[in-house]
Write a protein that binds this ligand. Structure first.
Ligand SMILES: [Zn+2]
Ligand SMILES: [Zn+2]
Length: 364
């Protein structure tokens, strides 16, 4: 099969013919239909975070059609449509046993060695091992993935839009609904309106927030933010977002930072009102530290981390698909471009430059 192989940090994707072994126990072979280009892919390409050994096949925001079941797989059938996620779970480690499957240590160990749950890879090229990215590795025509990370979706759900649900939407919507638990009538500010930030905006709309302030430095993304639910937008390239948010509502109940940058975290912290919360959604560079004004703590402000929108795959994915099919969740608007494997390098250049919302790799 064809896959886009990345030989190391900073190298370009090369489309090559690679081998993919059959699924082992608990695994699925899936024909990839679509894979969104996410900031976590870019972090791996640029080395901002060390997420996978090289050479590797990356990509993780994916949806497709099940082609073959490995032994011991239940609840999925050949021909089912599935989204694939970066949070498969073994069901038996201490995190899985304590109800925190998104922190499954078996999955974490597998990811760190570029393998699946038994630590080995199904991917190779001329007999040389290729590494799986976050157990998904979806910049390829086919993937073998742990069945526990896949969720069956109805066939009327378009697969390119379903792919977005598997990472950007779960993360953004989940940050609002699961992590922050935003209540109806709340005031919200969102710093960074890329794939995840726009889904924080629409998560806030779906949660019933009445003031939703989107902050970015590009007009194109601010226009999109308005389409998916922002009541106010601030272009931080030409205005001080902290002063502008204070003018609008004094200070927000919830500020979300979706970029993983110290400067925007400091700005977001400056917009949090009395008893408000800052939620850090953007992933920071390995080893990063942040300095914050300690003043607000006296007003009972707090800061909360967030991983993968504290998502519950089995509960949140069906709910989000239903919300798309009923017209409440906007996904069509978020896809700025559909590309093939050969288009990955230029699409990542656009993502690096902050252009567009979501580029999606699609296969016929
Ligand atoms: Zn992602
Ligand atoms: Zn586990």
């Amino acid at each position: 099969m064809k896959a886009a192989v990345l030989d190391g940090i900073g190298s370009a994707f090369e489309v090559r013919e690679v081998e993919l072994d059959k699924p082992k126990s608990g695994e699925l072979l899936v024909k990839v239909a679509a894979s969104g280009l996410c900031a976590s892919d870019l972090n791996a390409v640029d080395g901002k975070r060390k997420l996978v050994p090289f050479p590797a096949v990356i990509g993780h925001e994916a949806a497709g059609v099940v082609v073959e079941l490995g032994p011991d797989v239940t609840g999925v059938a050949v021909g089912d449509h599935v989204i694939m996620s970066i949070v498969p779970s073994c069901g038996t480690c201490e995190y899985c046993a304590s109800g925190r499957p998104n922190y499954c240590s078996t999955a974490g160990n597998a990811m760190s060695v570029g393998g699946l749950f038994d630590g080995t890879s199904r991917l190779s090229q001329n007999g040389e091992k290729l590494n799986h990215f976050l157990t998904v590795a979806s910049f390829a025509e086919y993937v073998v993935v742990p069945a526990s990370g896949a969720v069956v979706i109805p066939k009327e759900m378009p697969l390119d839009r379903a792919a977005l649900i598997s990472c950007a939407v779960l993360t953004g919507y989940g940050a609002v609904v699961n992590t922050a638990k935003v209540e109806a009538g709340s005031t919200v500010a969102v710093f960074g309106c890329g794939g995840v930030g726009l889904n924080i905006v629409q998560g806030a709309r779906l949660a019933g927030a009445t003031t939703i302030i989107a902050v970015d430095v590009t007009e194109e993304k601010l226009e999109l933010a308005k389409k998916v639910g922002a009541t106010h937008v601030i272009n931080a390239a030409s205005a001080d977002p902290v002063a502008e948010v204070k003018k609008i509502c004094g200070g927000v109940d919830y500020a979300f930072e979706a970029l993983g940058r110290e400067s925007t975290i400091q700005q977001a912290w400056g917009t949090v009102g009395v008893d408000g919360t800052l939620i850090l959604v953007g992933l920071m560079k390995n080893g990063a530290t942040i300095t914050l004004d300690a003043g607000p703590f006296v007003n009972e402000q707090s800061i909360k981390g967030c991983y993968f929108g504290s998502a519950n795959l089995r509960k949140d994915v069906p709910a989000l698909v239903n919300r798309y099919l009923s017209g409440e969740l906007f996904l069509d608007e978020l896809i700025s471009e559909r590309i093939g494997l050969e288009g990955l390098n230029s699409a990542f250049d656009r993502l690096r430059a902050g252009e567009g919302a979501r580029n999606v790799l699609v296969f016929d």
